[in-house]
Design a protein around this ligand. Sequence first.
Ligand code: FES
Length: 289
Amino acid sequence: MTAPRNTGGDPERPFETVIATSFTVSVLAALGLAVLYWQGGQPQLEGALLAVAAAGIAVGLITWSHRLMPNEPESEELDDPGSSSSERQVFDDDLDYGNVLSRRRLLRRFLMASLVAVGAAFLFPLRSLGPRPTDRELDDTPWKFGTRLVTEGGAPVLAADVPANGLVTVFPEGALNSENGQAVLMRVDPTLLRPLPGRESWTPQGLIAYSKVCTHAGCPVGLYEASSHQLLCPCHQSTFDVLDGAKPVFGPAALRLPQLPLAVDPTGRVYATGGFSEPPGPANWNRKS
Ligand code: FES
């Protein structure tokens, strides 16, 4: 008996096209990500390309499983498993009709290519981790003994200009764009301060300064509530007690903000008498408190 030959259009062909296109898009997105990464990277675009690459595989696999795989169990009673040579030839012809087998093989290759490409793309972020920074690198800020505090505009900070209960963002003189050197300077009632041991002389005239880089994830800690003497990080609401060495009192931050030791020279200018008490920022893995 001769198997019926599909003389009309192959109903699976459009789905195979969708699958092949999905896997191809996935590969192209992964290649685009690789090129972008080696050219310096752009986080938002990299994330979008990674999402497209993963979505391409997902769409391809879902279409494949829903449209090309049998959805119900099929059974057939076989009286005589033997076939004549002519029947086997007809069977082979039917299987090869429309190059179904070769097309499926091609789809499998598309799938393998997209999996390899996306797998490699997921490895890029690992490479970006880089080596673990050393303590020296973490603590490498422009602050040292004698470094004057300047405003964001570069003007020297005079003690008399810092308003009571106010906050001023300050930088080390000569390093206006320093990310790990930025700090917040406040003036509080000196009698309220509870300095940590060894820091009793760090707050002349009630002036007190901390790193502006949040110890949770590095956002700028720029909000100051003078009535409660608390610094607030707007990213995840970590709150630090200014009077108590910037101890975290709320939110996800577990570490104090590093404090900057201050002094005032005879002309009234504020300067640092050393670097931060600890390396600033969230990457200060070796800190204990
Ligand atoms: S970065 Fe400041 S609370 Fe998360």
